[in-house]
Design a protein around this ligand. Sequence first.
Ligand SMILES: *Cc1c(COP(=O)(O)O)cnc(C)c1O
Length: 813
Amino acid sequence: MERIEKKELKKLIRENVKTLYRKTLENASPEELYQAAVFAVRDVITDKWMKTHDEYYERDAKVVYYLSMEFLMGRFFGNALINLEMFDEVKEVFAELGIDYNMVEEAEPDPGLGNGGLGRLAACFLESLSTLSLPAYGCGIRYHYGIFEQRIENGYQVEVPDNWLENGDPWGIKRNEYAVEVKFGGNVRAVGKGNGEYRFVQENYQSVTAIPYDYPVIGYGNNTVNTLRLWEAKPKTRLDLKSFNEGNYQKAAEEELLANTLTDVLYPADEHIQGKELRLRQQYFFISATVQRVIARFKKKHTDFNELPDKVAFQLNDTHPSMAVAELMRVLVDENDLPWDQAWDITRRVCAYTNHTIMSEALEKWPMELFSRLLPRIYQIVEEINRRFVLELTEKYGNNPDKIRKMAIIADGQIRMAFLAIVGSHSVNGVAALHTEILKKQELHNFYELYPEKFNNKTNGITQRRWLLHANPKLAELITETIGKDWITNLDELKKLVPYAEDAAFRSRFTAIKKENKIALAQYIKETKGIDINPDSIFDIQVKRLHEYKRQLLNILHVIGLYNQLKMNPGLDLVPRTFIFGAKAAAGYHRAKLIIKLINAVADVVNNDPTIHGRIKVVFMENYRVSLAEKMIPAADVSEQISTAGKEASGTGNMKFMLNGALTIGTMDGANVEICEEVGRDNIFIFGMSAAEVQQKTQEGYDPWMVYNMNQEVRMALTSLIDGTFDPDTNLFRELYDALLNGCGGRADEYFVLEDYADYARAQWDIDRAYRDEEKWVRMAILNTAESGKFSSDRTIRQYADEIWQLPSVEIV
Ligand SMILES: *Cc1c(COP(=O)(O)O)cnc(C)c1O
């Protein structure tokens, strides 16, 4: 079934509404229409999906398994239609039925099975894998509750559970036939094999059943439909509890409790470890289930495990899945009788690790006590990996206890997951050029010295199918009209737009589209927040997780600085600007939540001060998520990418903005460095210290009071934090004041907000000046879009496939 006629589609939607809900089109809710539409297109997807998997199996193709605790997929429906090249057709069908298509799309829940960049990267990668006809599975967890829904009450973040499964799950297919058992706890016993060797068996364990749900990942314009396989925990089949003796009853009840909580909820901390027992269990749960299934599938066609690396690649998305190294060893050695050395060689050739952060609070470590209690056999295997690794170090460096203590996988009573991943993999990659250099020179220098051949860079990317074709249809249409549609699968084609920066007619259409997108966002802000904003103002947007290193505080302090200047000098010549924020803070991250409160407090004062005549406005958009990003980014004039240099591994939000013709104000951090390289120094607003300068100042020490004393604007902005301007009755923001100047507990101004303030303000005035020259501005905007080709996740995935996975494509005809 290649295509469905419009007539047929109408019939299907009408019938589905009737059979699913006993309703007519006229009285069906948007939710019901959405479900009916999904079922109308599902057959097309299923045919391709089955064909894809038959083909992989018949050809015995090599498959990559992208292992990730998070997949931040965004809504499925619109992008499924785009990739099936059915979007326009379905939109027309709804129009002809008198139904607003956008309303149907908006009825789909936005599954938040990830925190931010890392989970969204996994989603873009899966989409590119399918579009490039590469055999792949995404493997993760089917959390019943994704990242919380954020509400703002009285300026404060309030977390509400996100029950994305409430109205069913039309995209997921439950695969009971692939259920596997995952074991926790108990003890390990060595059983003689009779030939002088031992087999290790886990006893007295608790176990749960892992059940996979498969979701289709549709390639653009081809017939590939890969699979996102998310595992859910279920209690094992219940026996009659009454017939149990007390001990068995207790165990069965505990197992049921474990299974019922294991995959309940995503941990909402981004770039920060939560050393919770349940989190460790979640990690082992999905890794064990995945590894067991992969080996079972391999054994259907193979008897020689030496062929495993020719058929299977595991990519570890950060350290969260690094237990795959030990679990694969367990399955090969314990369950398939392979000698250790052979299993180790195979494991290392299968596994590859991506490092996502150098923030020390995010480097994953688990206490030996917890790890060995929960996973006794895995712990033994990690111990053995560590013992052999320490021997290797001793052979290479002699008796060097200092080096060994620094590099050991197990040390100071803790298991260091990054080191396990590095030792157990053949590839270690960073996610932007600067980040990989920092790994090699600093954070992982010892490992780089030991295994230089493992280290490589894979600069992140984003899929243009979601972030331009779907999110910004008007710009997509203009581009296609101008240079053809090849950009959809080859983003470097956008370079053909460069000459059009000099074409007045093209410039005016580009500007008009940006303006329409801004008006649409202004309307959405009016509807959701009740705030009037000026569509002719500069839309200056910072959307990303709230984290001190991302420096939303620098942005809002600068807003306060501007506000103070406007109050003192009402004649100040400034282009009207709307500062728009969106950010979730981890539920337990007090300081981040206080910054959200500050942004809202500033918004309240600034937006309601008649004396500044609406020349600046501040908006905090609630519940930032993929579907909201798709509404906001196309309307941005300015993209705020202002992390402390050296702290943001790559960033991908920066790429989405660039693609949509926003100009970046940013530090030389993460992929900003490469964005600057591509678009040229004249078409980006760079400010602040470099990563090297930050490192030096961190070592030398830095006194924020020096900035305070020298810079009146900073001094006044800081004073506004504590003089009641933004909280008349309390001393609410004194904590932020103290953190910047005195460092309550930690270092004073650890992220160099004050040190970078002056240059940030300078860059913001540069933007103000540039924006006044409309023709110049739109030229720069066009060049940003035109030079964004490098940042397609298609490019990134091709590099992974060629340089790490050795993964050939398999065309589905
Ligand atoms: C792209 C994206 C991110 C990552 O943004 P950064 O600016 O790179 O941190 C986070 N959340 C959502 C919803 C995204 O779409």
